[in-house]
Structures are given as C-alpha cells and as structure tokens.
Write a protein that binds this ligand. Structure first.
Ligand code: FVH
Length: 291
C-alpha cells in the first residue's frame, strides 16, 4: 500500500497528540474518522476533511484500522472494553504511553477478542509529528507493521522491534528515563548558579553545547559496558569521579543536593565493593542490581 491508498483510519482520542496524528493523516489524503470523549476537539480536524464520529463505537465501526491515542492504559480499557465485539477482525494500533506490562496485557486482550495489535511509543512532541526528527517505536504484530508502514511513516521514522508488544514501550520509557535524569541535572545546575545571579536562560546557553558534546561519551561507555570489562585503560576511574566537590558547592549555594547525591551513591557502592580504580561506566552495575 501507499500511505493513502484506500486506507480508512479511525483515530480515538484527540488530545494534543491524537489531533497531530489525525492531522498528518488528513494532510496525506487518508480518509480519517475521528472521535473524542469531550466534543468540540474534532472541529478543526473536520475542517481539514475528517469525519467526526458521535461515539467511539461509531468510529470503530467506520474503519478496519483503529488508532488509539488516549491519556493512559486505564482510559484505553475504559474506551475499548465495551467495544470488544466491534473490534473483532479489526486492527488496533495503540500509541498511548503505557508500561511494557500494560502493553503486553493489551496485546493479549486484543488477541482474545480477535483483533490484530501493534503497540507504539512516540518519540516526539505533537508539533514534531510528520516532521524530521519525529520517530515512533513499534512492537507487536509484524504483519500490521508491514502492511501499514507507509501510513506509519507519515508521522515520523517508524522502527519495529519485535513481536513482544512490550518492547516499544520499554525502549520508549528507557529513553524518557535518560531524558528526565538529564533534565534534572540541568535543573540542578541552574539552581546552583541562580544564587550567583545567573538566569536559567543564561545557564541553558552554557549547558546545551556542553551536554551535547558530552553525549559523545555514550558510545565509549557502551563499549565498556557491553564488553563487561571496566578495567579497560583510559577510563576515568570511580575514585577520580568522586562528586564531593559538587555536593559541597551545592550545599554552599544553599540548594538541595539530592540529584547529585544519587549519582554519588551509585559511585560509592562500586568503590565500597572494591572497584574504585575501575571506570565510571561501572555505575551501570549499581543501577542494574537493586541496591
Ligand atoms: N503530548 C506529548 O508531548 C506526548 C509525547 C509522547 C507520547 N505522549 C502520549 O500520548 C498520549 C496522548 O497524549 P496527549 O498529549 O494527546 O494528551 P492530552 O492532550 O492530555 O489528551 C488526552 C486524551 O485522552 C482522552 N481521555 C483521557 N481519559 C479518558 C477517558 N477516561 N475516556 C476517554 N478519553 C479519555 C482525552 O479526552 P478529553 O479529556 O478531551 O475528553 C484526550 O483526548 C499519552 O499517553 C501521552 O503520554 C504524548
């Protein structure tokens, strides 16, 4: 199929993300039916050519392909459970953020009612949908992924990770975990310099190029972790990585030390276990084993 080759799609959920997904489909000429719990959110999409369904059931019955983008796992079940019979024989692509366990549960539920299921994790914010940089991770039915790939590509780069429906969510949440910890690090730095009169905006101007340059270290850390040998020459040792100065300076600035203290604890656990001269990447071991 091409992206809009006689594809009829129903989109359930017209929040910021669902609306962006539906708008991209309409822009590509896909016949699109839309539904939202609270009326009114479909109006702009109807102006772009969408068909508004009065109920979720009407939307499901309108098309064989049903895209779901609701708030969370509970809202997905709230909307879909009463429609189990209508969903039989149809294809469900769920782009709602869920945990891997919730994605697997939904895949099993879909299999039980006779619906094909593909789970997606959106690595984009709504304005990015359909633009360079937007990426969506998928897992679940390979048949669904292959059949609808031209349509999925309308939203961003589509990557399939396997038939375990939980994988897309796992990778999505792992990337989000990395992002939130990095964001917390930025906030910590901004809080540190604030008492000295630097605005968060000024600090952002310094931090962005610094952190961008530091992401260059990821591959080196990854090689050490994947190789399983933290004694490889040329690494910054755990003892050298002591964050005592960062903690003291943070305290001196009168701010919380929580963010940095977490990293210091991960380092210390490895030093206490006798690995002080090994590389910083060894804190991976502190994280992957429950402390
Ligand atoms: N927005 C973003 O940047 C992120 C990017 C990564 C992926 N997420 C996930 O996408 C899901 C939807 O996010 P959203 O941004 O569209 O969220 P909202 O604008 O808050 O819209 C939520 C929609 O869900 C509907 N809804 C909520 N609860 C129920 C329910 N019990 N029954 C039926 N519909 C429900 C809500 O309807 P209404 O409040 O307008 O009636 C909205 O349509 C989400 O998983 C993100 O994590 C977005």
């Amino acid at each position: 199929m091409t992206a809009n080759d006689s594809v009829h799609v129903s989109v359930l959920g017209l929040g910021a993300m669902g609306s962006a997904l539906a708008a991209a489909l309409l822009k590509a000429g896909c016949a699109t039916t839309v539904w939202n719990r609270t009326p009114g959110k479909a109006d702009g999409l109807v102006e772009q050519g969408a068909e508004a369904a009065a109920t979720a059931g009407d939307a499901v019955r309108a098309d064989r392909l049903v895209i779901v983008c609701l708030l969370d796992h509970a809202s997905v079940h709230e909307v879909l459970d009463p429609l189990a019979e209508e969903l039989a024989g149809r294809t469900l692509i769920n782009l709602t953020t869920t945990t891997p366990a919730q994605a697997r549960e939904l895949a099993d539920w879909a299999a039980g009612i006779g619906a094909a299921y593909l789970d997606g994790g959106i690595m984009a914010v709504p304005p990015m949908i359909g633009r360079p940089g937007s990426s969506i991770l998928y897992s679940g039915s390979i048949d669904v992924f292959q059949q609808y790939k031209p349509l999925l590509d309308l939203w961003g780069t589509s990557t399939y990770f396997g038939k375990d429906a939980g994988l897309a969510s796992l990778y999505d949440l792992a990337l989000l975990a990395s992002m939130y910890v990095m964001f917390a690090g930025f906030m910590h730095g901004a809080a540190m310099v604030a008492p000295a009169g630097m605005t968060a905006g000024e600090f952002a101007g310094m931090a962005a190029p610094w952190l961008t340059a530091m992401t260059g270290a990821f591959q080196g850390f990854a090689e050490v972790i994947d190789g399983g040998d933290y004694t490889v020459e040329g690494q910054q040792s755990l003892v050298f990585s002591d964050l005592g100065d960062l903690l003291a300076a943070s305290s001196d600035q009168g701010i919380s030390t929580e963010v940095v203290a977490v990293v210091q604890r991960l380092i210390q656990r490895q030093i206490d276990a006798g690995h002080g001269e090994e590389g910083f990447a060894r804190i991976f071991e502190s994280i992957r084993q429950l402390g």
